[in-house]
Design a protein around this ligand. Structure first.
Ligand code: UT7
Length: 323
């Protein structure tokens, strides 16, 4: 039996840092409103000409370097994004070419803010079946390109960035504990597609459209779905919330994350938060937070790490990892 183990993490952020105070100079908002309602203090915004693939490649190179392998060792790239460089081909193949990988497969996955957990689940499944051995999973976004800068209820919340992990197949005894991805669970419910969406797309308007969100409704669903996904992951593995060492949640709103933590009875110290500095980077938020907590030594070998995501679709899901 094969299991996927994380052997390297990497992150990349655009250089341009934009504070709440700077936004308040041009938008009808205030530094206090954004901080108090969301927990966001600043975000990074991609520079002119800086593409999702640029951030993805930088994060991928950092993850490969940490794993001590090169692009030619990979047989799979799964890239989660809502903001591909082009409608086609997949941004993943641009990354593939840049990394010098000429075998295997590279493709994109679209599940908005749940995208990284979806991509991880796809790669994990392919490794478990023995189809792939070494995979790169990326969450990369230039989400600010989709924003309506006259809509203060959305434009203050998002940022750009990318994070990546390298997965390696390891052989384990059936039923054994051990390290690696223990489980992933994915969900979607298209009845709520109109709660968070873009008002355009290639086959409808011919343009990419801009983000529209019913914030209060998404907030309610986010709390319920994130708590349910966490409970489902723990139950599937016969574990209790107290056994979790770190939660790395999608970074949309600090109040959502804290409420889920309260429902799970998790101390705040166990929750990795990057929202204050990154804002909501959609599919990139979890791998960005993961890379930070691994590189600063918080997440250590043997720790139980829960990834918990929720986004447009609505989509949501979890991954439980013994690090
Ligand atoms: O990543 C995918 C998942 N996304 C999410 O999870 C986002 C979920 N939703 C949220 O995080 C929150 O709903 C928001 C942060 C978007 C909004 O917070 P809220 O506490 O739900 O505020 P609200 O939408 O109920 O708006 C409260 C007030 C309104 O004014 P009135 O009607 O009470 O007079 C808004 O017009 O705040 C006003 N408002 C703002 N004021 C200053 C909305 N946006 C802003 C703003 N600055 N940027």
């Amino acid at each position: 039996m094969y299991r996927a183990r994380v052997v390297g993490c990497g992150a990349a952020l655009p250089a341009r840092r934009v504070t709440n105070a700077e936004l308040a100079e041009t938008i009808d908002t205030s530094e206090e409103w954004i901080t108090q309602r969301s927990g966001i203090r600043e975000r990074r915004i991609a520079g002119e000409g800086e593409k999702t693939s640029d951030l993805a490649i930088a994060a991928a190179q950092a993850a490969l370097s940490r794993a001590g392998i090169s692009g030619s060792d990979l047989d799979l790239i799964v890239l989660a994004t809502t903001t591909p460089d082009q409608t086609f081909p997949a941004t993943a193949v641009r990354v593939q070419a840049a990394l010098g990988m000429t075998k295997g497969a590279a493709f994109d996955v679209q599940a908005v803010c749940s995208g990284f957990v979806y991509a991880l689940s796809v790669a994990d499944s392919m490794i478990r079946t023995g189809q792939m051995q070494t995979a790169l999973v990326i969450g990369a976004e230039t989400f600010t390109r989709l924003l309506d800068w006259t809509d203060r209820s959305t434009c203050v919340l998002f940022g750009d960035g990318a994070g990546a992990v390298v997965l390696q197949a390891v052989q384990v005894e059936r039923g054994a504990g051990g390290r690696g991805i223990l489980s992933t669970h994915l969900h979607s419910d298209g009845r709520y597609q109109d709660k968070l969406y873009t008002d355009g797309g290639p086959s409808s308007t011919g343009s990419v459209g801009q983000v529209r969100m019913d914030g209060r409704e998404v907030f309610k669903h986010a709390v319920a779905n994130l708590a349910a996904a966490a409970a489902e992951a723990l139950a599937a593995n016969g574990l209790s919330p107290a056994e979790i060492d770190w939660v790395v949640p999608h970074q949309a709103n600090r109040r959502i994350i804290e409420e889920v933590g309260r429902q799970l009875d998790l101390p705040k110290e166990k929750i990795v938060l990057t929202l204050d500095r990154h804002g909501n980077t959609s599919a990139a938020s979890i791998p960005l937070a993961l890379a930070e907590a691994v590189s600063d030594g918080r997440i250590k070998q043997g720790d139980l790490v829960l990834l918990d995501a929720m986004g447009g679709g609505l989509t949501w899901g979890s991954a439980l990892i013994r690090w």
